[in-house]
Design a protein around this ligand. Sequence first.
Ligand code: DGL
Length: 258
Amino acid sequence: MSEFPIGIFDSGIGGLTIQKKINNFLPNENLVYYSDSFNSPYGNKSGQELDEICFNNCEFLINKKCKLIVVACNTATTNCIKKLRSKFNIPFVGVEPAIKPAAKRTKSGKIGVLATEGTLRSKQFNNISEIHTKNIKVIEENAKGLVELIERGIFKGQDLRLILIKHLNRMIEIGIDQLVLGCTHFPLIIDEIKKIIPPKISILESSDAVAKQTKRVLKENNLIKNEGIGNTTFYCNGPTTSLNKILNYNFEIIRIKI
Ligand code: DGL
């Protein structure tokens, strides 16, 4: 069983920020990355649509013999992971906005969360936020339009900058000192974000925590692969342009028809 791969999925290229960390942290493991770019973006889909998409993605990865699934998407995790855990008999690891560490670190008592509409309206996100931010002001921003640009392979430039300024200005004016990137696509544009926010604002994202949690869960389930060099197989069910661009055309991408 430990020889089997870890499955990872997202609505396109965002989950690569997590795949990379898992690959560095668990270099012996084989990975299967499923880029569901056909259904991208997830952020404005209904709960029911997200459930169906996530069930299909998990079925795909389980058919590829994955021993554990990483839901490399905040929107999918906060809306669906509980249902996935009860439907499939396989360990899951998810990703959530790093609200808890941001709340611990803040000195101004104000934190910003940049995430999709789907994440911000989810019960799971609101529960975490309520538990960890009792005396803290949380400025939530629905990051409309960003995932679409990133999926088109736009990681810098004027169009991106204008949208980012629109999303970040209010938080900066209110005086946040922690900015939580609540979507796995956003570390891909961190350089542009840094150009807009003052350096005293720390940026938090969850990929390290997810890689560590993946190791913990593999260990608990006796699923760790300790030998050999792991490889990643990439599958994609929609446009592959940005995936190819970000992987520098170094990997074969297997196209799936759905
Ligand atoms: N990368 C995803 C997330 O972390 C999905 C974004 C989207 O497809 O809207 O939320």
